[in-house]
Design a protein around this ligand. Sequence first.
Ligand code: HEC
Length: 214
Amino acid sequence: MKEEDSIKSVKRRTAGSVVALFFILSIIIMSCDRGANDPGWDYFPDMAYSPAYRTWSDNPVLENNMTMLSPVKGTIPRNMIPFQYERTLEDQVRAGLELVNPFEYSVGNIERGKVAYNVFCMNCHGESGDGLGYLFTSGRYLVPPSSVVDEKIKAQPDGSIYHTISLGYGVMAEHASLILPEDRWKIILYIREELQGERFELHYPEEGMPFVAD
Ligand code: HEC
């Protein structure tokens, strides 16, 4: 009985060593590479290599052997309508005459405008629009931001404020690269409705060619 037990345990140990040896050997084999940058063997390479040309790869089919071609002259990316105004006072006035806010005073639009105002404008212009935002009152921003609720801005057409947000004004930086066009218009709805407390129908130009900008 005892002898049988010891034979069994010897067999078990031998089996254990074979398994251990197998693991050790496979780890050694796996770690044999030809260099740190060599990916080793491909077992099923079907999905590892895309048959499509990559953006920057050579391309025998296209012009100049380039996959990435420049856009056709005069074309613009989808949904990107360039803002055709300069950062000048004349153009701020012109934008006020030519551009119409394409969004209406709906609860959803004003709510959205508030969210965007609180993210992008409140730090400087203040929660109530008086220009006393935290960046200024804490002394971190030295130039006093304008009040957006004073008579000047109340009387300014939507398009001029849109111009200010998009291209900046004086020391205020441009925000076109930060805020979607639709959110810029909604910020204006919010400023009018909630901060200025007045909805100015006269902000819509009476003459000129009103068109809906981007
Ligand atoms: C980093 C601070 C800062 C931020 C952020 C900022 N502004 Fe200004 N803004 C200013 C300053 C400063 C002025 C005054 C510039 C000057 O007079 O040189 C100004 C001026 C203005 C004016 C007055 C323009 C005029 O015709 O007199 C309006 C309107 C305005 N900002 C709206 C906004 C709106 C809307 C936002 C958010 C999208 C915004 N600003 C974000 C600092 C800021």
